[in-house]
Design a protein around this ligand. Structure first.
Ligand code: HEM
Length: 403
């Protein structure tokens, strides 16, 4: 064994927020290489972090050992703070399996095809506006309102309510990113009231949306409770918005850093779907989410005791050289990706996966098609607060590539 190896860097997992999200990747690499089953402590207790692809994948699949029922953050009393019924992401099989089957029916290819013209018209209008302005904040103009439009559509929010819905969504997403939904104040209350009224309305007049599907479903002969439907609506609002903004803003950064890759996409837009998998892998907007162990579990010779919160570091796993090869941190839009963990894996695999792929394909087709020379000044971009989702809060964009 070599004795000349350099001292490894300090191995610590530090939750990030805001500006400290700029570059968490050396931390992940140090964890993967030197302490892949990492224990860390703070004044609230003992926690663990898994950073290698194989370990995170196995934990995501094994919901019996790595439970979601005590919440997805590293707060040990998280569920006591929540005043709504456990949302779908915080349930374990078999209850979770039954309810997921109901929700997933509204995310079929037919439903997605139907929404494409609406999304494309919206994206074209916003991209053209950016092109005319020459410069602007692409997060505010496009990457934030687009996912809100998608989530609103699936939830059945009519066009007339859209601007109110966007405002409430903004405040709710910001409060939930900070781990304290209560800090969203009036906006969260308005959103609860809005969805509660909608649940009553669709009892008589069902639409083609996921709320109507859940209101009229009778799993095992019983109604789905209004509190549970509310929890599902909130999962979509808090899980489908800033994640997609993170993917799109991260993709704009990667395309600016790699102009050759942007050229490949401009020459053949048919490459965009594969590029989106590479962008998902490298940006991994849901950087890490927690589970709670239901028994002692030994991984790589270390035993995590029962009842501990364990972070599944999806973003680290997605750059693991052991899975993706020595160039795992490089952007290669032609890479053949067998699987990645940006949308998790196993029982909680993202229900919105096809919706994410659709909206990002349309956004990239129109951006690259209409502004092939665009660049973003990612160094001047700012990051949103919150310790679980990494996304830009603002990003200067130039249609002609002057940055
Ligand atoms: C780039 C965008 C997105 C990313 C990175 C993402 C990521 C994820 C991840 C990692 C999970 C698993 C959570 C866990 O590990 O506990 C998840 C679950 C979920 N996602 Fe997404 N998501 C995105 C967009 C969306 C959208 C647009 C929607 C809705 C339209 C959505 C709806 C959901 C729902 C309902 C679940 C819960 C599934 C379950 O627990 O069975 N997501 N997502």
């Amino acid at each position: 064994m070599s004795t000349t190896q350099a001292e490894p860097p300090p191995i610590v997992f530090e939750p990030r927020s805001g500006e400290s999200w700029r570059d968490p990747f050396p931390m992940y690499k140090a964890l993967r290489d030197h302490d892949p089953v990492h224990m860390f402590e703070n004044d609230r207790g003992e926690f663990w972090a898994l950073s290698r692809f194989s370990h995170v994948l196995a934990a995501a699949i094994d919901a019996k050992t790595f439970s979601s029922a005590k919440g997805l953050t590293i707060a040990y009393n998280e569920m006591e703070q929540l005043d709504i019924e456990s949302p779908i992401v915080m349930m374990d099989p078999p209850d979770h399996t039954a309810i997921r089957k109901l929700a997933i029916k509204r995310f079929t290819p037919r439903q997605l095809n139907a929404i494409e013209p609406l999304l494309r018209a919206f994206v074209i209008e916003r991209v053209e506006r950016l092109r005319e302005m020459g410069e602007g904040d692409v997060v505010q103009e496009l990457f934030k309102p687009l996912p809100s439009l998608v989530v609103g559509h699936f939830l059945g929010v009519p066009e007339a309510d859209r601007s109110l819905f966007d405002r409430w969504t903004d405040a709710t997403v910001a409060a939930s990113a900070d781990g304290n939904i209560g800090s969203g104040g009036d906006a969260v209350g308005e959103l609860v009231r809005y969805f509660s009224e909608m649940i009553e309305r669709v009892r008589k007049n069902p639409g083609d949306d996921v709320i109507s599907a859940l209101v009229h479903a009778r799993p095992g002969g019983n109604e789905v409770s209004a509190a549970w439907i509310l929890g599902f609506a909130f999962t979509m609002v808090t899980g489908g918005n800033d994640t997609t903004t993170g993917l799109l803003s991260g993709a704009a950064e990667l395309l600016t850093k790699n102009p050759g890759q942007k050229k490949l996409l401009a020459e053949d837009p048919g490459r965009i779907p594969n590029a989106i998998e590479e962008f998902l892998r490298l940006t991994s907007p849901a950087q890490g989410l927690a589970r709670t162990t239901t028994r002692d579990v030994t991984i790589d010779g270390k035993t995590i005791p029962s009842g501990r919160k364990v972070m599944l570091l999806y973003a680290s796993a997605n750059r693991d050289e052991r899975e993706f090869g020595p160039d795992a941190s490089e952007c290669d839009i032609t890479r053949k990706i067998r699987r990645h963990l940006a949308l998790s894996y196993g029982p909680h695999f993202c229900i919105g996966a096809a919706a994410v792929r659709l909206q990002s394909r349309i956004a990239l087709e129109e951006l690259i098609g209409r502004c092939p020379d665009f660049t973003v000044d990612f160094a001047k971009g700012t990051f949103a607060s919150g310790s679980y989702v990494r996304r830009y809060a603002s990003m200067p964009f130039c249609a002609t590539g002057a940055f």
